[in-house]
Write a protein that binds this ligand. Structure first.
Ligand code: AMP
Length: 212
C-alpha cells in the first residue's frame, strides 16, 4: 500500500502513520521528522531547514524534494509500501512526487485528507510531547505517558517541539491553508483523494483508512 497523509499540524498524521507502520509494515517517511534528525545531527541541510522550521514556514521545495526523492529511491520503501507523513505539502512537491513514482514504475493508492475542526487541532498541539528516539506521541492532558517525561514504548526522554509554541503554530496552520490545501484539490482532480474524519481517536481514523 502506498499512502500520503495530508492534514493541518496536530491532526494526528504522526500517530496514524505509526499505527500503519506497526500493523501493516509500511515504511513511514515523515519529512518533518527527517528535518528534525538533520537539525539534531547539525548537518548543512539541518541548519538550512531550521531557519524555516523555527518560524513555522515551509522549507524550500528544491531541498525538500531532493531529500524525499533520496529516501524514496530505497528499494525497501518501494517493496514494502510506504506512508508519507507531511510530504507533499505544496502542489510543486506533489508534481515532483508523481514524477518520482512514475520513474519507479509505481502508483499511489490513496492521498488521505485528515479533516478536523481547527479548535481541536490547536488543543492537540498544546500539550503535545514526543519521544526523542522512537517518535511516539503523547499529550499531557489527553494521553499522558505512564511516567512523566519518559516514553512508554522505549523508555527514552520525551520532548516538546520548539515549533509547537502558539505563535509558530498559528503560522503553520496559515501555511497549511495557503500552501497545502491546494494539494488536496490536486489529488481530488487525479481521483486519488480520500477524506477521513480525524476528529475522533487515532484508532477510528486508522480503521477508516484501512477499511477503504
Ligand atoms: P511536521 O513535523 O510535519 O509538522 O513538520 C515540521 C516542519 O518541518 C514544518 O512546519 C515545516 O517547516 C517543515 N516541513 C516538513 N515537511 C515539509 C515539506 N514537505 N515541505 C516544506 N517544509 C516541510
Amino acid at each position: 500500500m502506498r499512502l500520503i497523509l495530508i492534514g493541518p499540524p496536530g491532526v494526528g498524521k504522526g500517530t496514524v502513520s505509526a499505527l500503519l507502520q506497526q500493523r501493516l509494515g509500511l515504511i513511514t517517511l515523515s519529512s518533518g521528522e527527517i528535518f528534525r534528525r538533520e537539525i539534531e545531527a547539525e548537518t548543512d541541510l539541518g541548519r538550512l531547514a531550521q531557519r524555516y522550521i523555527q518560524h513555522g514556514e515551509l522549507v524550500p521545495n528544491g531541498v525538500t524534494i531532493e531529500m524525499m526523492a533520496k529516501r524514496l529511491r530505497d528499494p525497501a520503501v518501494v517493496r514494502h509500501g510506504f506512508v508519507l507523513d507531511g510530504f507533499p505539502r505544496t502542489v510543486k512537491q506533489a508534481e515532483a512526487l508523481d514524477e518520482i513514482l512514475f520513474n519507479h514504475g509505481i502508483d499511489l493508492d490513496k492521498a488521505v485528507s485528515m479533516e478536523v475542526p481547527e479548535d481541536i487541532v490547536v488543543a492537540r498541539l498544546s500539550g503535545r510531547i514526543g519521544c526523542t528516539k522512537c517518535g511516539a506521541i503523547y499529550n499531557s492532558a489527553s494521553h499522558p505517558p505512564k511516567r512523566e517525561g519518559i516514553c512508554d514504548v522505549c523508555n527514552s526522554p520525551l520532548f516538546v517541539r520548539d515549533d509547537d509554541k502558539p505563535e509558530t503554530v498559528r503560522e503553520r496552520i496559515r501555511s497549511f491553508w495557503t500552501n497545502t490545501a491546494p494539494v488536496i484539490e490536486y489529488y481530488e482532480s487525479t481521483g486519488s483523494l480520500m477524506r477521513v474524519d480525524a476528529s475522533k481517536d487515532p484508532e477510528s481514523t486508522y480503521a477508516a483508512i484501512t477499511a477503504a
